[in-house]
Write a protein that binds this ligand. Structure first.
Ligand SMILES: CC(=O)SCCNC(=O)CCNC(=O)[C@H](O)C(C)(C)COP(=O)(O)OP(=O)(O)OC[C@H]1O[C@@H](n2cnc3c(N)ncnc32)[C@H](O)[C@@H]1OP(=O)(O)O
Ligand SMILES: CCCC(=O)O
Length: 449
């Protein structure tokens, strides 16, 4: 390591308590995303509660409970925001404010300051390399855009963070950093996922896998179901697959280890498994560490529909919470309750539409058991109160439940209603027909179910 970097390192090395002193009342602070949200800096900032007022913090699905969000229920000192809620954000209830947006455009909103100016970035990173770089680890995301605009960059280094080799913008250099904090190398957070081995999930996976072709390029969305479908693809006869995804999940490790991924048929980023963030098990993090088969890119590159569409046979597999009989897809909220965010669902669904031979799949079980035990249909007659449309009806191709697969693209409103009611749970079909009839989209040409 060059001696001058070591000298600079020692000069910038401080305790977490010292580092967070850069934050002033009224500031915006951005935390690293997903598994790269820093713990020590968050705790140290929370300790400054009584000195600070109106500090706004933004993050993306951290994999632990954020301290500043818990410590101040009246939002006098800190207001916490997440632009994609994960399991820990959801537990915060109304202590977590949502910032709606497309993942693809988040970097631009920051660079062009449509989003409020971020004063300080707190990032969890790898330790510094010989050339003075701190790697963003498993979240390239829009960390570089945040670093480019922020007044201060503080890194919390951790030896357990895998070095994720990238195509561009995956590092920050010591010359740009205000402070360095060394952590006690706490482990990478593991995503607890439903293993999804029910008949419902098996049937959904079967309806997807039977439409895939050799040489296709895969995107797998967030959620246990998409990961399970990926594992089913790994057990199939498909070959020569490629990866152009937003999320890198465990299923891709299975696919790679079973020899399914070559990337040789990709038109863009040939031979590389392209992604912008990874979340999963320690096995996934070990797989990614310095792996030249993988390339992490910022989200505005991975999620650009035009770029996605350059790959022939791009396949986008995502999950939904609810789909109405027109094909409007709600994947991020239920009754005014924000569950997650738009993320990349819209852009990958569109990107697959632009791709020659591309296919998109929106997958969900046909019903949901609510916390009070009632069972509701996820195929609904209309978008219910408070729900947010993640993908408009003009974009999806296949909607898949355990009862089948409906290709709604290019179909009329009555044909869509017929196809979607056909894959709803049988217990709800007659009610859906009644509702479709009231909306005048159930015609005498509709098939009797
Ligand atoms: C980060 C990215 O953008 S990756 C690229 C693709 N992006 C997307 O698809 C974004 C939108 N999609 C998503 O967020 C996810 O795929 C989801 C939410 C649709 C499914 O993800 P999963 O992890 O499988 O969701 P899961 O079934 O565990 O449910 C998540 C929560 O929603 C609740 N929920 C799910 N369905 C319903 C429903 N119909 N009614 C009420 N609550 C519901 C669950 O109870 C759970 O809440 P909890 O954490 O408080 O227990
Ligand atoms: C994962 C989505 C994050 C964002 O849009 O900011």
């Amino acid at each position: 390591m060059a001696n001058n970097y070591l000298i600079e390192y020692k000069q910038k090395l401080v305790s977490a308590a010292e580092a967070v002193k850069v934050v002033r009342s009224g500031d915006w602070v951005a935390y690293g995303h997903f598994a790269m949200a820093p713990k020590l800096l968050d705790q140290a900032l929370a300790h400054r509660k009584d000195e600070l007022r109106d500090v706004k913090v933004r993050c993306v699905s951290p994999m632990h409970m954020v301290e500043v969000a818990q410590i101040d229920p009246k939002y006098e000192h800190f207001i916490y925001h997440s632009s994609f809620l994960g399991p820990y954000d959801r537990k915060l209830g109304d202590r977590c404010m949502h910032i709606p947006g497309l993942y693809r455009t988040a970097a631009a909103t920051i660079r062009e300051e449509h989003a409020p100016h971020v004063n300080t970035v707190f990032l969890k990173t790898t330790p510094m390399d010989d050339h003075g770089f701190f790697n963003f680890g498993t979240s390239c995301s829009y960390q570089r855009a945040l670093c480019d605009r922020a007044d201060h960059i503080v890194v919390e280094v951790n030896n357990k963070v895998p070095v994720c080799l990238g195509g561009e913008q995956e590092n920050v250099h010591i010359s740009e950093v205000t402070h360095i904090v060394e952590s006690d190398d706490y482990p990478m957070p593991v995503l607890q996922q439903d293993t999804c081995a029910t008949d419902v999930h098996k049937n959904i996976a079967r309806y997807v896998v039977e439409k895939l072709e050799d040489g296709c390029t895969l995107q797998l969305g967030i959620g246990g179901l998409a990961n399970y479908i990926g594992k089913m693809i790994a057990d199939s006869d498909l070959k020569n697959l490629g990866v152009h995804s937003e999320m890198m999940c465990d299923a891709f490790v299975d696919l790679f280890e079973k020899g399914k991924i070559t990337g040789s048929q990709k038109s863009r980023h040939k031979y590389k498994m392209v992604y912008t963030f990874a979340l999963g098990s320690q096995r996934l993090y070990d797989f990614l560490d310095r792996n030249p088969a993988c390339a992490i890119y910022p989200a505005d590159i991975t999620n650009d529909p035009e770029r996605i569409g350059l790959n022939h046979r791009q396949v986008a597999i995502n999950n939904a919470l609810m789909v109405d009989i027109y094909g409007q897809v709600c994947s991020e909220s239920v009754d005014f309750r924000q569950i997650s965010g738009t993320g990349g669902q819209l852009d990958f669904t569109y990107g697959a539409q632009l791709s020659k031979g591309g296919k998109s799949f929106i997958c969900m079980p046909s019903t949901q058991r609510m916390k009070d035990g009632t069972v509701v249909s996820r195929i609904t007659p209309f978008i219910t109160r408070g729900n947010i449309v993640t993908a408009p009806r003009t974009l999806p191709m296949y909607i898949v439940t355990e009862y089948g697969r409906a290709n709604i693209m290019g179909k009329s409103v009555w044909k869509r209603a017929e196809m979607l009611i056909n894959i709803a749970h049988p217990d709800f079909r007659s009610k859906l027909i009644e509702e479709a009839d009231k909306q005048k989209i159930w015609t005498r040409t509709n098939r009797i179910l």
